[in-house]
Design a protein. Structure first.
Length: 202
């Protein structure tokens, strides 16, 4: 039987702004559960007191849709927490090399150390993750050698004092889908509860 030379059809979202927006929400939600998804580990940028960008990869722990907000977990002693307290502007970038999709998100960030959101997040955190917060030496602290910062397995719950939730409320999104037929780029901005989109030159 001869092999078909037909190319697979382009996804329905290729030239449809509404479907593209749906695809963004779907991929972000999937990124919370699917560890193999590129959307599971976005790059998150904050701003240093000197005005420079500071970027790190973080695990996407949750997504709220109204308003669109991404949830990450962090150590209250980390540098990013101090940065957010001084400047809440942030940026999130995700690139899925398999699907050739890039998503860039302009965010306003807040850190929650107390309250229902933080308590619920801590209760859902696995023991191996709680160990990171129990270590007495805070992230970024100078140590004499790798392995010098250790934790005590029997005291995991003590890490709650250092645990916090970083919420990144999305204000604007840029989508880029790379295709031989022609790249599709779109921008979405949040208005009074709704998103408005337009196509951009790639």
């Amino acid at each position: 039987m001869p092999i078909s030379a037909e190319k697979p059809p382009f996804p329905a979202f290729y030239d449809d702004l509404d479907l593209t927006l749906e695809e963004i929400f779907k991929r972000l939600s999937d990124g919370v559960r699917n560890r193999r998804s590129a959307f599971h580990t976005p790059a998150l940028a904050t701003v240093t007191p000197q005005g420079a960008p500071d970027v790190r990869t973080m695990v996407l722990r949750g997504v709220e849709t109204s308003p669109l907000t991404l949830r990450f977990h962090t150590d209250i002693r980390s540098g990013k927490v101090d940065q957010v307290s001084q400047n809440p502007n942030g940026f999130c970038e995700i690139y899925d090399s398999n699907c050739k999709i890039q998503l860039r998100l302009t965010c306003r960030m807040t850190v929650l150390g107390d309250g229902e959101t933080a308590e619920r997040a801590w209760s859902e955190t696995r023991a191996m993750s709680r160990a990171c917060y129990q270590i007495e030496t805070g992230p970024g602290t100078e140590i004499p050698a790798p392995g010098a910062a250790v934790y005590a397995p029997e005291r995991l719950d003590e890490g709650r004092a250092n645990f916090a939730v970083l919420m990144a409320e999305v204000m604007k999104m840029e989508w880029l889908y790379l295709a031989a037929r022609g790249h599709a780029r779109a921008r979405f901005e949040r208005g009074a509860g709704d998103w408005t989109g337009c196509w951009l030159a790639p």
